[in-house]
Design a protein around this ligand. Structure first.
Ligand code: NAD
Length: 467
């Protein structure tokens, strides 16, 4: 099928590359000249596993890039809208980009097409897109508007797309629903999973995903409700971790104890410095705004957000507890991205924590395997050095903080890190390491919801000339 994807960001680029992987002819459109030029040159503008491989496989064959929306729309049966929906000042979703794309698509509708909202949007957006298109001259019988929310996670976006838990199709006519099912057919009938060259499934078993066909409104609600529920799980375990810290319990054991209940499950029950990223914070605010507009005061969401903000403050208190005064202290930081596996730093808790530490007079030396450049664009370089390894971040630092859960950090040489640090103090905001291992290596180790490995139990290294 001929498909246009409008917006080549984290979602659009992955969706476009995966549609090509499923056998479709895809045109990816973006109006950012720098991004378009990078894609046209053969670059992959974001850090995402398997994406460079898919782009190389399909670019110039089933995958083209364009900055001309009308031509891409005219050539396509299905047009996916994957532009950003950032928050407005009062927390609602800003639908300006969606509206302007809908207007632009309207002028190019000649034969029957489906217009599919892949962006995360509030309920009624599909109705608005339809209305805007008709007002801008699109014949009402030549198109349908659908909602096909995306559940991929950055860092595992390609495999999440190709091996989804479910595919949600919000369509108000059978013709529209059938086209969307045809697009996903290689996943729905499992034929993609039989291919020799299929991107391997990280979970090993490849089961065709269920398809949930529903109205556009239900599909729109499903996406916000899913993100709100996941954020709620994170805030719940963070609140439990706070209790564990107060009473001397261990949140790892508590997580095992509650997560083995199949009604609860262990996934998304990891305590830490809170969620961030381009989705949860804005989607929760937007969902609360939608509820408010409907006359419902969704206070549960307020509390989820409140607990999340509080986690950062609690982490900063741990840093103060370990270092006493902060002015003039050199702090090593592992991780800048909002989560491991991505270079995305939007709403990253790591950046917020670094900003607070710099404001209190710390000097930061930070390392992220993929996000140094993007963090530099936001944080600048005043009192922050961006270094190229975990060891360089640790060198002569008064403490080392873990702020993003990269796999790479799990295999650091603890003896070397300890030797490089001015004091063997590690404050782990992601519970990446095992407290017993840290004790054995002689670290003072503070994490989230687990007993501290305290200072009196560790030996500091001898002072050197560098100190
Ligand atoms: P993004 O900012 O990375 O990408 C959006 C892209 O759209 C940009 O490249 C921008 O240049 C382009 N764009 C904007 N206006 C355009 C126009 N008129 N014509 C052509 N291109 C245009 O955003 P993203 O992270 O990919 O998110 C897109 C949507 O998907 C959002 O609604 C988001 O909530 C949702 N979503 C994101 C994720 C995620 O993990 N990032 C997951 C699921 C859903």
């Amino acid at each position: 099928m001929n498909i246009a994807v409008i917006g080549s960001g984290y979602v659009g680029l992955v969706a476009g590359a995966c549609f090509a992987e499923l056998g479709h002819e895809v045109v990816l459109v973006d109006n950012d000249p720098l991004k378009y030029a990078a894609l046209a040159r053969g670059e992959c503008p974001i850090h995402e596993e398997h994406l460079p491989e898919l782009l190389a496989r399909h670019r110039g064959k089933r995958l083209a890039f364009s900055d001309c929306l009308p031509a891409a729309v005219r050539a396509s049966r299905a047009v996916f809208i994957a532009v950003g929906t950032p928050p407005t000042h009062n927390g609602e979703a800003d639908l300006t980009y969606v509206e302007s794309v809908a207007r632009a698509i309207a002028g190019a509708v000649d034969d029957y097409k489906i217009i599919v909202a892949k962006s995360t949007v509030p309920v009624y957006t599909s109705d608005w897109v339809r209305r805007v298109m008709i007002l801008n001259g699109a014949p009402g019988d030549r198109f349908d508007v659908a909602s096909n929310p995306e559940f991929l996670r950055e860092g595992t976006a390609v495999t999440d797309f190709l091996y989804p838990d479910r595919i949600v199709i919000g369509a108000n006519t059978p013709a529209c629903s059938n086209i969307l099912q045809e697009i996903y057919q290689p996943l729905l009938d499992g034929s993609y999973y039989q291919r020799q060259d299929a991107i391997p499934n990280p979970r090993c078993t490849a089961m065709p995903p269920p398809v949930i066909v529903t109205s556009t409104k239900s599909a729109e609600v499903i996406k916000y409700a899913s993100n709100a529920f996941l954020a709620m799980k994170i805030s719940f375990i963070n609140a439990v971790a706070t209790i564990c810290e107060s009473v001397g319990a261990n949140v790892d054991d508590v997580r095992d104890g509650i997560g083995t209940d199949t009604r609860i499950g262990k996934r998304f029950l990891y305590p830490g410095i809170g969620y961030g990223g381009s989705c949860f914070p804005k989607d929760l605010s937007a969902y609360r705004a939608v509820a408010h507009e409907c006359g419902y005061d969704f206070r549960l969401l307020e509390e989820v957000m409140h607990i999340n903000d509080n986690q950062r403050q609690r982490f900063l208190q741990k840093v103060r507890k370990a270092l006493w005064t902060l002015k003039g202290k050199r702090v090593g930081v592992l991780g800048l991205a909002f989560k491991g596996g991505t270079d995305d730093v939007r709403e990253s808790p790591a950046l917020a924590i670094i900003e607070s530490l710099v404001a209190e007079g710390c000097e930061i030396q930070a390392y992220d395997p993929a996000a140094n450049e993007r963090a530099r664009e936001i944080l600048g370089t005043r009192n922050i050095r961006y270094v190229d390894s975990a060891y360089a971040a640790a060198e002569n630092a008064d403490a080392l903080l873990v702020l993003t859960e990269w796999e790479e950090f799990k295999s650091v040489d603890f003896a070397r890190v300890r030797e490089l640090l001015r004091y063997p103090i590690m404050i782990d905001g992601r519970n990446l390491f095992d407290p017993e291992t840290m004790r054995e290596h002689g670290f003072m180790y503070l994490s989230v919801g687990r007993p501290d490995v305290s200072f009196k139990e560790v030996k500091t290294r001898k002072a050197t000339a560098a100190d």
